[in-house]
Write a protein that binds this ligand. Structure first.
Ligand SMILES: Cc1ncc(COP(=O)(O)O)c(C=O)c1O
Length: 406
């Protein structure tokens, strides 16, 4: 037998080559390496609550193991969990969602990925407002769709208007992605703003994907939920939600999509041939998350996030050259850094991009922030305040030092 073979030339698909890796995960990896080398980095990069998963949920995880709920479940999730999610959808929207209209996924991320794979045809356009969550455009590209990005700035409160939507829509517009509260800006659309978007939607035949991962983390006023504002558009709405952010369950990987049966069936087909379903243990834990009353635990997190937000927004606005809107939800701030451009700063510069400023902060004062370019918004940076207040204060003091004039 010959052990020689033709030389193998590595080749990956063009569609994957064109996709960008996640900037937040790349930052966390770099920070991990620095910490391993003993460098005391403070990271504002994390996209996850710093609170533990509530005990009642963890107990169900143990129970799943102890009672041998460790086998395959139905693709799309257990019937019990889909029923519990249906009850949550009923409470949130007033609509009945049958188990055939819900697919349980590996985090909200898989739900969005499945929606793109099942509903976006090659060449279909998907409207994505920027600053955007990093995975939306990549998922559209991985489905051979075309992301159509609408840039917004702090002057727009990082929100799109029907005029912007009209200017970016074409006969190929297949979907609009709405995320409120937003990652990375923390902005929340008001009922009136959503009503205006609904009016625009009524003039086309596009799908609307509403990403509601942060719906429990809202600081002011009543949360305006898309289906409550536009119930008549339910048939072309894909609701995405999950437990990662609202009950601190990022690592358990539980999310879901709810939509009309044809769409869920199509998404289920993709899931059936890829991941099958999320872990049986996580699904049993999630059942508790959807059936127990966790209002007190969630309120505790929201109160902590809110006081950190108030502190960090004020502190950032005190830095010369930095300005920051006050977000109404999630756990991110999105300060503008263009006021620092072209200036000699204490340890270096001048710099002319937020990417350079983020690198400068990491290298000099060992603080991790994510450059706005990663979110389609040069000139800004994302900072998560899902870390203890003393760490936030220390990190912001270091940034103020680095960003002070030479
Ligand atoms: C806006 C938004 N949607 C979806 C997700 C995905 O969440 P999960 O961890 O449940 O997959 C995230 C996570 O960062 C997010 O910020």
């Amino acid at each position: 037998m010959s052990t020689t073979s033709l030389p193998h030339k590595p080749r990956v698909t063009r569609r994957v080559m064109a996709a960008q890796p996640s900037a937040s995960m790349a930052l966390e990896a770099k920070i991990g390496e620095m910490r391993a080398a003993g460098v005391p980095v403070i990271s504002f990069g994390a996209g996850e609550p710093d609170f533990p998963t509530p005990d009642a949920i963890k107990l169900n995880g143990h129970e799943a193991i102890d009672t041998n709920l460790t086998k395959y479940t139905p693709a799309g999730g257990t019937i019990a969990l889909r029923k519990a999610i249906g009850a949550r959808m009923k409470a949130d929207t007033g609509f009945d969602y049958a188990t055939s209209q819900i697919v349980v996924t590996n985090g909200g991320k898989e739900a969005i990925y499945l929606a793109m794979q099942a509903l976006i045809e090659a060449g279909d356009e998907v409207i994505i407002p920027a600053p955007y969550w990093v995975s939306y455009p990549e998922m559209v590209r991985l489905a051979d769709g075309v992301p159509v990005v609408i840039p917004t700035t702090a002057a727009d409160n990082f929100r799109v208007t029907p005029e912007m939507l009209r200017a970016h829509s074409t006969p190929r517009t297949r979907m609009f992605v709405l995320v409120s509260p937003s990652n990375p800006t923390g902005m929340v659309y008001s009922r009136r703003e959503l009503e205006a978007i609904a009016d625009w939607m009524r003039g086309n035949d596009a799908l609307l994907l509403t990403d509601e991962l942060y719906d429990r983390i809202v600081f002011e006023g009543e949360y305006a939920r898309w289906l409550n504002v536009a119930p008549d558009l339910k048939d072309r709405t894909i609701v995405i939600n999950g437990l990662s952010k609202s009950v601190a369950m990022t690592g358990w990987r539980i999310g879901f999509a709810a939509a009309r049966e044809e769409y869920i069936k199509a998404m289920g087909k993709v899931q059936g041939h890829s991941t099958s379903h999320p872990s049986s243990i996580s699904q049993h834990a999630a059942l508790k998350a959807y059936t127990a009353n966790l209002d007190a635990e969630i309120a505790k997190m929201v109160v902590a996030f809110r006081s950190r937000r108030d502190w960090i927004v004020d502190a950032l606005n005190e830095m010369p050259g930095v300005s920051c809107l006050k977000p109404e939800g999630a756990f991110y701030v999105f300060p503008e850094l263009t006021g620092l451009y072209g200036k000699k700063l204490k340890y270096g510069g001048p710099f002319n991009s937020s990417a350079e400023l983020a690198m400068y902060a990491l290298e000099t004062v060992k603080v991790g922030i994510i450059h706005g370019e990663a979110f389609g918004a040069p000139g800004y940076a994302r900072m998560s305040y899902a870390l203890a207040l003393d760490k936030i204060q220390e990190g912001v003091a270091r940034l103020a030092d680095a960003f002070s004039p030479a």
